[in-house]
Write a protein that binds this ligand. Structure first.
Ligand code: AVJ
Length: 327
């Protein structure tokens, strides 16, 4: 880990090294079913495209979660208590966080954690200016890997993990349990995790959310290939791949693919990868949960669902999980 002191911010940096990224990409593409880890979507351009996805009319998640936050943040703040060290994995632009911070009482500090260093620093800087009295302690990290919490100057009473946006949807059930256990370690007694979880719903609503008519999600998916070309010197021809997103009702998840439009081969770091026509790379899963299903996963991580806030249609939920007994 590296500590970089900037005029008004100190960055704790655990950014994956280029060599690790290369190895992870290569091994993901060597498997019989080619995959690419979705965390690599988020370079500067990918993070911007993701923000644009959140504004698409078909992408109901952000709008619905914001609606819940606007109506219930005051109540959530009471549940969380005063003097909170708020830790946000995958913080991105920190939009919903502001609704929470505006309602929290006492002396708080904010630890945004994000894999995109430039995006993280821009957001941290903005938060610094919007909240002059708030201590902002950015950590650049892949939050699925362990990292240490920076120690705030101010005295905070408890650390709460704020994990909005249904980012948890990217994790398969076993990985959800591992991740929740790891995030749980960042909190302490008398505190917990506030998590945004997208719910099961009709395919007719789900599929358009990942196939917006403006093509932003397609551009987001394909940007991954452009990123690999930029950073690993590969020679993907993105025009020979197509975005696809469909709902797998059996698994309860949206599956995002990049489909090869023809037989082709691609060179990455001196290695040749062949693609048959219609062969696809799995780039992302986005799981949708039910309330009992998510409660069961939380329980496996030793967490108890203490409160659930939802919208009228029950499309999205924000859940407060506390440390259970015996976990
Ligand atoms: C950031 C994981 C919540 O799954 O809805 C959006 C990512 N991918 N459109 C999601 C995403 C394509 C998003 N999460």
């Amino acid at each position: 880990m590296q500590i970089t002191q900037m005029p008004s911010l100190t960055l704790h940096d655990y950014h994956p090294r280029a060599a690790d990224m290369r190895e992870e990409i290569l091994s993901s593409l060597r498997a019989p079913q080619k995959t690419l880890p979705c965390k690599y979507f988020y370079d500067m351009r990918g993070s911007q495209l993701f923000d644009a996805i959140c504004e698409q009319p078909e992408y109901y998640l952000t709008r619905t979660e914001l609606e819940i936050m606007e109506a219930r943040a005051a109540e959530m703040a009471i549940v969380l208590g005063p003097d909170v060290l708020l830790v946000e994995p995958g913080s991105g632009t920190s939009l919903k966080t502001r609704l929470l911070l505006d309602n929290l009482s006492g002396t708080c500090a904010y630890v945004p954690v994000d894999i995109s260093r430039a995006h993280l620093m821009a957001a941290a800087d903005r938060m610094n200016r919007l909240y002059p009295d708030l201590e902002v302690l950015p950590v650049c990290a892949d939050f699925s890997q362990p990292f240490e919490l920076p120690r705030p100057r101010s005295h905070t009473a408890r650390s709460v993990v704020y994990f909005p946006g249904s980012t948890i949807g990217n994790f398969e059930p076993d990985a959800v349990v591992r991740l929740l256990k790891q995030l749980r370690r960042l909190t302490g007694p008398g505190s917990g995790l506030l998590i945004g979880v997208d719910m099961h719903k009709d395919k007719a609503v789900l599929e358009p959310a990942y196939n917006d008519s403006a093509g932003v999600t397609a551009a987001f998916n394909l940007n991954l290939l452009h990123r690999l070309n930029r950073e690993l010197g590969s020679d993907f021809d993105a025009s020979r791949f197509q975005h696809r997103a469909s709902y797998n009702a059996t698994e309860g998840r949206i599956e995002m693919h990049l489909v090869s439009l023809e037989n082709q081969s691609v060179q990455i770091a001196g290695e040749i990868f062949r693609f048959r026509k219609n062969e696809y790379i799995v780039t992302e899963y986005s799981y949708k949960h039910t309330l009992p299903g998510f409660t069961a996963l939380a329980a496996k991580a030793g967490l108890v669902v203490k409160r659930v806030w939802t919208d009228e249609r029950r499309w999205f939920s924000v859940q407060y999980l506390g440390i259970g007994t015996g976990g």
